[in-house]
Design a protein around this ligand. Structure first.
Ligand code: SF4
Ligand code: SF4
Length: 444
């Protein structure tokens, strides 16, 4: 018998892939080809169907209405005001609704900021670091950097105190500048919530030269539809070990400053949950997935935001209620494949409890013994998870004793010298990661 999940996460795309920027690494721009001739605007009727079904389908008191794109603010403020009216019309008295929106920030003004504040939106703002690093790939249709416009939008949010979560992609241009990036967010922007998202642009040997130019159709002419295929990566893609080192450098900075309990970095929070024996709350590091789906502007429901492609279209919510599509055998198998397709190398890995092989979309390399299906980012994940192991154990211990994890940095500082004093730069790191000390705990 089909059992439906009590809760799930749905990213809704009211403008489909349409965006007012033209970021070079954005795989989603090419999705325009899935709907030729479409206006890409969610109609009022569809908005109501979506909100009603979302609320009906949840058996938990908390429901999240999550907007994403493309660039959702291109729908205009009235669309979102209407969505709040519809939530109020359809929610059960016991349901609490939280709103999130992911935006590039360039259209934000006082009116948007006041609306977000009034309705307690959590705004995910895409920023890749200070100007030079942000503008490396986050450009508009003319190829001009978007930094000033994004910061102007952010200032409106900051002025009225909207909760902001910075979404920072890590790629070839900023992977070598972790401290510059983190300090910019913490010290210049003053944000408390930060997510780092590795850019892995997977492609085939044949498409690689074209893919290296970027996925935009508008600025660069005819592009292919981006699908999860191939085992090559573009020149903007983050290097796996550099990604691990990036996270380690930010982690050390976070620990060495009074940031624990003040600045929340998603990778660290999720890791602490895993070390503490709780669900990580992030699909990529969960054992199975399949409860983070994507809804297109016309009601088409896809298995995941990263699989908006014909083979992963579950159906349209005007024909079949979304909960039936989410509970379908097909979607269940999609989610379980994350666990069931792990190579032996992952099954034997000592940090598997925290990593679970990462996202299946990035599992396109071979293990050292030649088995397919290893995550492209594995080397970075190994570095990072092994590096944070002693501190995570300590934080989990503190939590068990009813103390705050923010006590950890002082305790760690007392032991750090003796733990690592004897390690030579080219010797294996004492933490047991298997990497050289200079690339692990000895990272600059
Ligand atoms: S495929 Fe990847 S991004 Fe999509 S739900 Fe699964 S783990 Fe998450
Ligand atoms: S660190 Fe690598 S080997 Fe270990 S579970 Fe993650 S992807 Fe697999």
């Amino acid at each position: 018998m089909m059992t439906s999940p009590p809760a799930f996460h749905l990213l809704s795309k009211p403008t489909g892939p349409i965006c007012n920027l033209d970021c070079e690494y954005c795989f989603f721009l090419s999705k325009e080809m899935l709907y030729p001739g479409d206006r890409f605007r969610m109609a009022d009727e569809m908005l109501e169907t979506y909100i009603r079904q979302l609320l009906e389908a949840h058996r938990t008191p908390e429901v999240t209405v999550a907007w994403q794109g493309g660039e959702p603010t291109m729908m205009g403020l009235d669309f979102f005001k209407r969505s709040i009216e519809l939530v109020e019309r359809h929610r059960r008295p016991d349901q609490r609704v939280e709103y999130t929106i992911q935006t590039n920030g360039v259209l934000l003004n006082e009116r948007w900021a006041e609306f977000f504040k009034e309705n307690q939106f959590l705004v995910g703002l895409s920023v890749d670091g200070p100007r030079e690093l942000h503008d490396a790939y986050r450009v508009d249709k003319r190829g001009v950097g978007s930094f000033d416009r994004v910061m102007a939008g952010y200032e409106h949010l900051r002025t009225v105190g909207v909760d902001v979560n910075v979404l920072c992609t890590v790629h070839a241009a900023n992977q070598g500048h972790p401290l510059e990036v983190y300090r910019f967010f913490r010290d210049e922007m003053g944000v408390q919530f930060i997510q780092f998202i590795p850019i892995v642009e997977r492609t085939t040997e044949t498409l690689l030269p074209l893919a290296n130019l970027g996925w935009s159709t508008e600025r660069k002419g005819k592009r292919p539809l981006y699908v999860q295929a191939g085992n090559r990566v573009t020149n903007r893609t983050v290097d796996p070990k550099a990604f691990g080192r990036f996270l380690i450098a930010v982690f050390e900075e976070w620990l060495a400053n009074p940031d624990v309990g003040e600045v929340f970095v998603q990778h660290f929070d999720v890791a602490l949950a895993s070390w503490h024996g709780e669900p990580p709350g992030l699909c990529i590091f969960s054992e199975t997935c399949g409860l983070a789906l994507a809804l297109e502007h016309n009601g088409d429901l896809y298995s995941c935001d990263h699989y908006v492609e014909p083979d992963y279209l579950l159906g349209n919510i005007t024909d079949t209620p979304m909960i039936e599509l989410i509970a379908s055998d097909r979607q269940r198998k999609f989610g379980q494949a994350k666990r069931d397709t792990l190579p032996q190398y992952c099954l034997d890995c000592k940090v598997r409890f925290a990593c679970h092989g990462g996202c299946p979309r990035n599992r396109f390399i071979a293990t050292p013994d030649g088995e397919d299906g290893l995550n492209y980012l594995c080397a970075g994940y190994k570095l990072f998870f092994n590096h944070i192991d002693p501190v995570m154990k300590l934080m989990s211990q503190l939590l068990k004793q009813g103390q705050a994890p923010s006590a950890a940095p002082d305790i760690v500082a007392g032991h750090e010298v003796e733990r690592y004093a004897w390690a030579g730069r080219n010797e294996p790191c004492p933490c047991g990661s298997g990497d050289k000390f200079k690339n692990c705990h000895g990272v600059a």
